[in-house]
Design a binder for this molecule. Structure first.
Ligand SMILES: Nc1ncnc2c1ncn2[C@@H]1O[C@H](COP(=O)(O)OP(=O)(O)OP(=O)(O)O)[C@@H](O)[C@H]1O
Length: 459
């Protein structure tokens, strides 16, 4: 059994980025049922990790098991009951969703709460749409909201501009505040932290500044990349960070990049960010973009058809703030012209955005860029060849076509040697799934997207 588990560990260590291996796999333990050598228990340190492993990695572990053992085996997942990480007062109930009911009730904060905590009470878990792009970040955020200071500390959330990082940390803050109104909670943008500190130094109130931040129960600090080269601020934050973590007070940090890539941050700070959990928010997939639009329109009681949502979502892909902006533009345009929000009205309102998108990437360009990148021929993308060296780039090209163009599934299928639209769906699902854990694929996609976008600008 030990040998089998070390094979599994080796496999995942090679296949996953170190961060993911350390977070999800390293802490697992495999045990055999003493009375039945076909039954195995995989024990996770907490329910959150257990669910994540079940969804993402169990199939692979079973597959390795089938290759290793000569007899069939069953692997069941369970939580280590004696893990000290979550105190007994916070014992997790049966399912994560049930767990979260209490603290996730919409907080009833008002202006005085805002003044104290600086939380925006509109940014809650209820108003945050979940999809593949943010499900890990949301799940981790909910776990922290349930067990502030004891589950993942700090929680570090990173992702591109306008993807909901601020929304998510306010949601955590609001949720914790709703359950614990006596807690000292503070949301602060990194730039405001810097200005507060400069002011404190100018006004000789350094001690009260230090004392204030070190006495918080929950510190939410947004856009830490603004600390770039602000050495004195970083030093002060470093001490506040240590004091809070030592006192088991929760810290949540957001940034536009992975901690190690944040420019101008001291090494000692970066290494401390690794103490807890780092999660990312990706740009939302098409379905999630549509869901966000429906949620926003629904919140304002604005009737909007699926086809209008589809049009907006197809044309605004990489930033939720811009997606919302486009929706507002359609609503304002319809209002101004005294019309219902129809597809034609939406097309008119977004004419410049749509023509910019249409000017954008073509299926030919995608195929050419992908085949150059993987050093295969464009004709091989059209061919029936199913070797991995061809099939994977073909799936990647289909995924890019779905993400970056407005072509329908049948059109994309046609363009790849007359394939059925279900093949395109399968390709897109496969890439969406593997890019989560496969850093090489994820990096390749990033490079391909950048190359395609750059070629537009330059050509
Ligand atoms: N998953 C989502 N569901 C609903 N609304 C979302 C979602 N993601 C983002 N938004 C909305 O998009 C807007 C931009 O989000 P937010 O300000 O949180 O992004 P950010 O990642 O912090 O951006 P920045 O990098 O500029 O700080 C907000 O109005 C937010 O409510």
């Amino acid at each position: 059994m030990r040998e089998f588990w070390s094979i599994c560990l080796n496999w995942f260590e090679q296949e996953l980025p170190a961060q993911q291996f350390n977070t999800w796999i390293k802490g697992l333990r495999l045990e055999i049922d003493p009375n039945d050598n076909t039954q195995y228990q995989l024990i996770a340190p907490n329910r959150f990790i257990m669910q994540w492993v079940r969804e993402r990695y169990l199939t692979q572990i079973e597959k390795l098991g089938h290759e290793f053992f000569t007899h069939p085996i069953t692997i069941q997942l369970s939580v280590n009951k004696s893990t000290p990480e979550i105190p007994t007062s916070h014992v997790e109930p049966e399912s994560t969703t049930e767990t979260l009911k209490k603290p996730l009730a919409s907080p009833k904060n008002n202006d005085s709460d805002y003044t104290k905590t600086h939380l925006n009470h509109e940014f809650t878990f209820d108003t945050l749409v979940t999809g593949r792009a943010n499900d890990l970040a949301r799940a981790a955020a909910q776990q922290v909201a349930m067990n502030p200071g004891t589950s993942y500390n700090p929680l570090f959330i990173y992702g591109g501009v306008g993807l909901g990082k601020t929304h998510l940390i306010h949601a955590i803050g609001n949720s914790i505040y709703a359950a614990n109104p006596a807690m000292e909670i503070r949301y602060v943008h990194a730039e405001d932290y810097f200005s507060d500190m400069v002011r404190a130094f100018q006004q000789n109130s350094r001690d009260s500044f230090k004392q204030y931040y070190r006495s918080l129960d929950l510190l939410l600090i947004d856009d830490i990349q603004f600390f770039n080269r602000k050495d004195r601020t970083q030093e002060e934050f470093f001490y506040a960070f240590n004091a809070l973590i030592e006192a088991k007070k929760q810290i949540i940090i957001t940034s536009d990049t992975y901690p190690k890539d944040v420019q101008g941050l001291e090494e000692r700070l970066i290494s401390r960010f690794d103490w807890g959990l780092t999660v990312t928010i990706d740009p939302p997939e098409l379905e999630m973009r549509i869901a966000i639009l429906k949620k926003k329109a629904g919140a304002e009681n604005i009737p909007i058809s699926d086809e209008v949502c589809f049009l907006i979502a197809k044309n605004l892909r990489s930033n939720v703030r811009e997606l919302e902006g486009a929706l507002n533009r359609v609503i304002a345009y319809a209002g101004f012209h005294g019309k219902e929000i129809s597809l034609d009205v939406a097309k008119d309102a977004l004419r410049d955005i749509i023509s910019a998108t249409n000017r954008q990437i073509s299926l030919e360009q995608i195929q050419k860029t992908v085949s150059d990148f993987y050093k295969i021929k464009v004709s091989e993308l059209h061919s029936k060849k199913r070797t991995r060296a061809i099939a994977r780039p073909r799936q990647i090209a289909m995924w890019l076509a779905r993400e970056l163009t407005s072509h329908s599934l049948p059109e994309i299928g046609d363009f790849f040697g007359g394939r059925d639209h279900t093949t395109v769906i399968h390709a897109c699902r496969t890439i969406t799934e593997i890019k989560i854990n496969d850093s090489e694929i994820s990096n390749n996609l990033h490079v391909l997207i950048q190359t395609l976008k750059t070629s537009l600008v330059s050509g």
